[in-house]
Design a protein around this ligand. Structure first.
Ligand SMILES: [Zn+2]
Length: 84
């Protein structure tokens, strides 16, 4: 009867079960913008969770940055025009 030459170490044995707990995440559509999102997670596209706005999205931050820059430029432009 064939027998394993050496004892399999705990490390090698436990590696076999290391991925057993991994599960495929369920994905649903955002009720607000229909983007695919994980369940029980706020939508990164529109910042909504259960129909309530809870996050400031990346695009909104970028837009805010552009607006503040324009306001700053307008303010400094006005000051320069006043100085001249
Ligand atoms: Zn969304």
């Amino acid at each position: 009867m064939p027998v394993p030459k050496r004892k399999r170490s705990k490390s090698r044995r436990d590696k076999r079960f290391a991925n057993k707990g991994l599960a495929v995440k369920s994905i649903t559509g955002c009720p607000n913008c229909k983007a695919p999102i994980s369940t029980h997670v706020a939508c990164k596209e529109c910042g909504h969770y259960k129909g309530v706005k809870v996050l400031v999205t990346k695009s909104e931050r970028a837009q805010k940055r552009v607006d503040s820059r324009k306001a700053k430029q307008a303010a400094t432009g006005e000051q320069e025009s006043k100085a001249e």
